[in-house]
Design a protein around this ligand. Sequence first.
Ligand SMILES: O=C[C@H](O)COP(=O)(O)O
Length: 298
Amino acid sequence: MMDLNELDMLPLFAEFNEDFKAFPDFKTDFVASSEINVETLKNMFSCIDLTSLNTTDSSSDIDEFCNKVAQFKSSFPDMPDVAAVCVYPVFASVLATRLKNMKVNRAVVSACFPSSQTFLDIKKEETKKAIFFGANEIDIVMSVGEFLEGNYEFVGNEIFEIKQVMGDAHLKVILETGALPDSESIWKASLIAMEAGADFIKTSTGKMSPAATPEAAWVMTHAIKAFHKKRGKMIGFKPAGGIATVDDALLYHDIQLNVLGKNWVNNNFFRIGASRLANELIIAIKRAEGLPEPIKYF
Ligand SMILES: O=C[C@H](O)COP(=O)(O)O
């Protein structure tokens, strides 16, 4: 277990500097490799964090949303379930009730999502409460403003402290890459989050533009690869925000496969955070199977 005093980020950056300098260029070195076939489409479906993060969401909306997830197999028996449902923390108990006895994970955004601009004790309390009410996955945003000021230890310590109150629940740390100026800052933010205890690193909240980009995904997956090489720990990757079509999803799937390999392309290590993608994948799967396209399910 890491001690808070050991969270000194400059040696961490130095340790991984050669890896940063060595990783290849996205534009020249990335080659899309997957064909659109039923197996790949179903695998991507099984990696979706099906998201509803609207100001207008009510408990009855989320209840209905979860009910559709719970009933999904009765309409589509040959399809996998999504990986998780992701909602605001106040709905954690709805997830717990509706998704009971299902393998679908119960994800909530926490720690003053999406701005992350509140007190650390409030962030911890919100996270503890979400877990108490049934969440088993927590998505938080790193303190982006402090990161941009170079207050790296502050950012890392916050993540570390939140992770300490989470028990066995999984932590996804959002870097909000659209607010980060260059590849080096995305690399550093990835390292901080992983060193501080993230189980997943995630591109974006979906609340600012640009959201996920393939270039950011390229840097983050290379950081995950370098971290695994030095620490021996597999960290997951979650692109999120603006991923709405089959082609969008396939691009991130292929980056994951290309950089990290087959062992990382399953929902233990790959998630796609999306509110609109699931229907598109269902239609594409039915089309690839030569079956009639169903009406919009989610
Ligand atoms: O974490 C997931 C994102 O908030 C979803 O963004 P989206 O609505 O653009 O799919």
